[in-house]
Design a protein around this ligand. Structure first.
Ligand code: KG4
Ligand code: ZN
Length: 349
């Protein structure tokens, strides 16, 4: 170990990004990414087999690029961290196998970590130590969760999650209805800038009466997605043009309204004054603005990493691995599996 800050390598291969990040303690040195997103675009979603093969091809070149750009040698690495779940099984296996090989070859500890906890931990390299406890809202293509996080290295509790589609999935499906490319989130974000947020009053799932009582911190976006599709198809059937920007802005408003309302409620009802938002959808400009507005009004300190650290990357895995090492958490067993359905409450494999 050079100085007293450990040099940690993080590998992420749970979906379509091959991410290799290197941190020294709480400082990010490099965040190298190779994405196979273009290979999935024509299928309108990530194809697991295609993603796995792309990871296999990209892993070593991305690792070489990361060490070169960070100006470090593999021999200087103090620990290896890897996403062991949740995610696509075959994709995860590529990263886990690579991480095991590196840990054995370098003779350093291996940390198999949870992808979702990593989305929370990444903010440490951006904004410093996480307040404890913090409420974290993770919104991505695969997940929408509200978490209570007393300690990101070993105590993550679930407050609620989506009961159907993930928030990012709703963005991707609505984009398809509007004829926008995959993944749809960034395209809807862009189209929405030209549209009116109040043009169409789309439903806010699980925010009223009995639904809210029973699913206080849960989300549902499937009804919203269907409502948008029905609205668009009715216009098309009537031979009228579809106002893409207005639909995008009104849909985006419905999603971000629900997300921010429930996140603030979760902070209030748990007596927590810190909210962190992560995951791909946290790159959304309206979500960031509305969350800031509502947190300011409620006296909650908001932390959101820069958009490039919200989407999947290796830096987040390295960030969590470094925290584990710094807090003296035991390393994972070298026989650790790739666990495609790793529960959010299990931080480490
Ligand atoms: O975290 P992530 O990179 O991968 C998963 O773990 O799923 O998230 C990808 C998701 C996609 O659904 C994508 O459409 C969405 O994040 N996304 C956005 C934006 N950028 C990415 N959604 C809304 N607005 C954005 N600007
Ligand atoms: Zn993710």
């Amino acid at each position: 170990m050079t100085g007293d800050q450990p040099l940690v390598l993080g590998l992420e291969t749970s979906c379509d990004e091959t991410g290799v990040g290197i941190v020294r303690g709480e400082k990010l040195l490099v965040d190298a990414i190779a994405s196979s997103v273009d290979e999935h675009a024509r299928f309108g979603g990530v194809v697991p087999e295609v993603a796995s093969r792309a990871h296999l091809e990209a892993m070593v070149p991305t690792l070489e690029r990361a060490t070169r750009e960070a100006g470090v040698r593999l021999a200087d690495i103090d620990a290896v961290a890897v996403t062991s779940g949740p995610g696509l099984a075959g994709a995860l296996m590529v990263g886990v196998a690579a991480a095991k090989s590196l840990a054995v070859a370098l003779g350093v500890p291996l940390y198999g970590v949870n992808h979702l906890a990593s989305h929370v931990a990444v903010d440490i390299v951006e904004h410093g130590p996480l307040p404890e406890p913090t409420v974290a809202m993770l919104v991505s293509g695969g997940h929408s969760s509200l978490l209570l996080v007393p300690d990101v290295t070993h105590d993550v509790r679930s407050l609620g999650s989506t009961i159907d589609d993930a928030a990012g999935e709703a963005f991707d499906k609505v984009a398809r209805v509007l004829g926008l490319p995959f993944p749809g989130g960034p395209y809807i974000d862009r189209a929405a800038r030209e549209g009116s947020r109040v043009a169409i009053d789309f439903p806010r799932g699980l925010t009223q009466g009995r639904d809210l009582e029973r699913h206080r911190f849960d989300f549902s976006f499937s009804g919203l997605k269907t409502a948008v599709a029905r609205w668009v198809h009715a216009r098309e059937a009537a031979g009228e043009p579809v106002p893409v920007s207005d639909v995008a802005a009104s849909f985006q408003e419905a999603v971000t309204d629900v997300l921010t309302r429930k996140a603030v409620l979760a902070c209030r009802e748990n007596g927590v004054e810190n909210l962190q938002i992560g995951g791909g959808v946290a790159a959304n400009s309206r979500l960031r603005a509305l969350a800031q507005e509502r947190c300011d009004a409620a006296g909650i300190a908001l932390r959101v990493p820069r958009p490039g650290l919200c989407t999947d990357n290796g830096a987040m895995v390295a960030a969590l691995g470094a925290q584990m090492l710094l807090k003296g958490r035991p390393a994972s067993d070298l026989a650790l599996p790739a666990d495609s359905s790793m529960p959010v409450t299990q931080v480490q494999a």
